[in-house]
Ligand binder design. Structure first.
Ligand SMILES: Nc1ncnc2c1ncn2[C@@H]1O[C@H](COP(=O)(O)OP(=O)(O)OP(=O)(O)O)[C@@H](O)[C@H]1O
Ligand SMILES: Cc1cn([C@H]2C[C@H](O)[C@@H](COP(=O)(O)O)O2)c(=O)[nH]c1=O
Length: 724
């Protein structure tokens, strides 16, 4: 099994930048819209159910200790099934038809939810009712463990991969943002209105907790019906379904684990998600003590808790809009590191406002990691194993969360606290802070290791990539670096003598028995020749617009590099090209006054970042060069026919580029005699070739190479002209 590689890791909805537009477009997909609506209602019901079951159980017994025990037991029971049934839940989701798995699970949940208030109506004693509520809750949670992997694994099949992130955003915000708030408001509104209507004398069947449980039950029945009859697309007919049904459960189980542990992407995702949840668990487990260490009380604890959820919503809602086209694998790893660094920062917070900011950041980064992680799992994990992977994630996160909360509260409870006075500030150095510190450091390591395992842009600096992505221009991974051969480029204005010098150098090197590839831009390949005539022939009536011109040169260059230059360098040849990237920066950037960094970015994209080892710049006064061209032939091409001012801009752009990177340029006065220039060029090139170890092949550019001023005023031009 391998991750589905049908599409590259394209950031979600790349074509559609606006979050709202992406969400609108995902809602246009009928099966997904239906599923989202019905799951929203079910999630509202579930949150109501969670609150109601616990309140309901507490209301069945007398005395505060018994009430507290009943409430806590039911919450704890919701987490227990993960331990018992976890290992097989995913196997079942991958083994059976996901639609029918979801339908059967929801019908069973409908019956179980309904049974809780029904049992109370039979007149059984409070203990029995709580006992049955506990058993029913346990069974419901067990069934939920089967239902979630089936649902999670089915969603990616309903929507195109480019819309998966928007779909996840919508689902996560609905499930963890809107519906819990709506449920809390709904339950208290229900309580208020029932009491108002009944004058405080509420009959057993109309207890708000009971009504909420009925709502929960019917929302599950509705989900079952909609999935059964309205979203038939969920049924899987994918390849290997029959084969899988014949495999033993144990075999499928071990196969799932092997897949997770042997696939770096999935391994990195799973570890990263667990790390984020462990960090979250530690923050939750220590929050009460942490609030105390700030000298604040319970109110601060609730504020911190709320801040994490506000951050979570911000991260999920706004994250994709901020990072835009950044690789989702990188975004995931970076979010884990950010979440951990924020936990670390919390350890040093000395004021509630700092702690609040830290908590919002923890939540935002965790939300982004969760969104990126779920989207990657949905989009990159092969369908036949997706259920098992989702099961491991959901069960693992529950366990990690419980363990982290339990252990951290135990540790901080056992550890004491000392007060340190630094300057005028009294800082409490408590075990809480030490634990937060340790969790932050461990999380940063987990994030970095997850990042390393999953990185799909190795060699591209992360911060520059992030900054580029935020500005809408992510850096691209460099093409394979070519450490062989020698790449020499001749640049200069019209008639500078490039062709003359290039021919002389090639001849000299060939006489030494070297493989020399002489080439040019534009027009070194058959495709390039056609592009050249589109660009330069004046017989065609229409001249390309400046942007079209830049794109045509870039197209010629991309094909030239891929088919001529790179293969020759890989063979170890000396490649000598008449013009390359600098011509675009000078002519299209400075000459046509297109933004130079954009032209540079375009060329860098076209060449995969391949830079020449040496640029020989033949500098000549523009008028002299143009007159040489005119003397050579009466026919001038489209660019040669441009104004002198244009050619002046080009000339000084070349000089700017050379001044900015003097080691890589050999600038020669092209007014000198041909032989003299040829000797200087040969001297520099032969120095390279006699000591190949001394050639430092330039690494691909990670950002635009720009040192060119696109436009010079007439006054500047005149000044420069006088100087030369
Ligand atoms: N150093 C020089 N001194 C005087 N004339 C020269 C010199 N170098 C080349 N020439 C002449 O100038 C003309 C243009 O030379 P060449 O074709 O080599 O220039 P180029 O830079 O390749 O031109 P283009 O920009 O059109 O490609 C030719 O007639 C050539 O013989
Ligand atoms: C590569 C490249 C070239 N140009 C211009 C420069 C010249 O005017 C012509 C090429 O003609 P030559 O006789 O082969 O020198 O094209 C450009 O504007 N941008 C470029 O990237």
């Amino acid at each position: 099994m391998s991750p589905s590689t049908s599409q590259p890791d394209a950031p979600a909805a790349a074509a559609d930048r606006s979050g709202a537009a992406a969400i609108r477009s995902v809602l246009r997909i009928r099966p997904f819209r239906r599923l989202w609506l019905v799951l929203g209602a079910a999630s509202f019901g579930d949150w109501l159910g969670l609150l109601a079951t616990s309140v309901f159980a507490a209301s069945q017994v007398q005395g505060s200790t018994a009430k507290g025990a009943a409430f806590g037991t039911l919450i704890a029971i919701r987490l227990l099934p993960a331990l018992l049934l976890g290992p097989v839940a995913g196997v079942l989701a991958d083994r059976f038809d996901r639609r029918w798995t979801m339908v059967i699970c929801d019908v069973a949940r409908f019956l179980l939810f309904a049974s809780i208030p029904l049992f109370a109506l039979t007149g059984a004693g409070g203990g029995l009712v709580v006992g049955w509520a506990a058993i029913a809750t346990f069974l419901i949670e067990t069934i939920t463990l089967l239902w979630i992997p089936a649902k999670e694994a089915a969603v990616p099949n309903l929507i195109p991969r480019a819309r998966l992130e928007a779909a996840n955003q919508l689902t996560l915000i609905t499930t963890y943002g809107l519906t819990p708030i709506a449920a809390a408001i709904g339950l208290s509104a229900l309580d208020g209105s029932v009491r108002a209507v009944t004058g405080g004398n509420v009959p057993v069947w109309a207890e708000p907790a009971q009504l909420a449980l009925w709502f929960n039950a019917f929302s599950r029945l509705a989900t079952a019906l909609v999935v059964a009859f309205g979203i038939k697309e969920i049924s899987r007919t994918g390849r290997g379904a029959g084969e899988r049904a014949e495999q033993g459960v144990t075999r499928q189980f071990t196969e799932g684990w092997r897949y997770i542990s042997h696939t770096p992407l999935v391994r990195g995702l799973v570890l990263g998600i667990f790390g984020a949840f462990a960090g979250g668990g530690i923050v939750i487990g220590t929050a009460r003590f942490f609030a105390a260490s700030l000298g604040a009380g319970d109110a601060a604890f609730y504020l911190l808790f709320g801040a994490i959820f506000v951050g979570l919503a911000l991260g999920i809602g706004l994250g994709p809009m901020i990072v835009r086209d950044m690789s989702r694998r990188r975004w995931f790893g970076a979010s884990i590191v950010l979440a951990s660094a924020s936990v670390l920062a919390l350890a040093f917070a000395i004021h509630l406002s700092m702690a609040m900011l830290g908590a919002v950041l923890v939540g935002a980064a965790a939300g982004m990691a969760f969104l990126a992680g779920t989207t990657l799992l949905g989009g990159e994990v092969a369908d036949e194993v997706r259920g098992r992977v989702f099961a491991v994630v959901q069960i693992g996160t529950r366990l990690v969360l419980i363990l982290a909360i339990a252990l951290s509260s135990l540790l901080v409870g056992a550890g004491g606290s000392r007060r340190l006075t630094v300057a005028d500030l009294g800082i409490s150095v408590s075990s809480t802070r030490l634990l937060l510190l340790a969790a932050g450091v461990a999380g940063i390591f987990a994030g970095i290791s997850a990042f390393g395992q999953m990185d799909d842009k190795k060699g591209v600096p992360v911060l520059a990539d992030l900054w580029g992505s935020i500005r809408g221009r992510p850096l691209m991974p460099a093409e394979q670096f070519v450490p062989n051969g020698l790449f020499v480029v001749f640049e200069g204005g019209e008639g500078a003598g490039k062709s003359t010098q290039l021919a002389l150098l090639a001849e000299r090197l060939r006489e030494q028995g070297r493989e020399v590839v002489v080439t040019r831009e534009p027009g070194a390949t058959p495709i390039g020749e056609r592009i050249r005539s589109l660009l330069l022939d004046r017989s065609g009536a229409e001249a390309p617009s400046p942007r079209a011109e830049a794109l045509l040169y870039a197209a010629d260059r991309a094909h030239h590099v891929a088919t001529v230059v790179r293969p020759a360098l890989v063979r170890g040849a000396v490649v000598i090209s008449d013009r390359y990237v600098d011509s675009s920066l000078a002519y299209q950037g400075a000459g046509r006054t297109l933004p130079v960094d954009e032209v540079s970015w375009l060329s860098s994209w076209a060449t995969g970042g391949l830079k020449p080892d040496l640029v020989v710049l033949l500098d000549v006064d523009s008028r002299t060069g143009l007159s040489r061209v005119a003397a050579r032939s009466a026919d001038v091409d489209r660019l040669e026919a441009e104004s002198v001012a244009f050619h002046e801009r080009v000339r000084y752009a070349f000089l700017d580029l050379a001044a900015n990177d003097p080691k890589r340029y050999l600038v020669l006065d092209a007014a000198k005699p041909v032989d003299e220039i040829a000797g200087l060029v040969a001297g520099r090139v032969e120095a390279f070739l006699t000591d190949p170890a001394g050639i430092v092949h330039p690494r691909p550019a990670q950002g635009p190479d720009t040192s060119v001023q696109p436009e010079l005023s007439d006054a500047e031009l005149v000044t420069m002209e006088r100087r030369t």
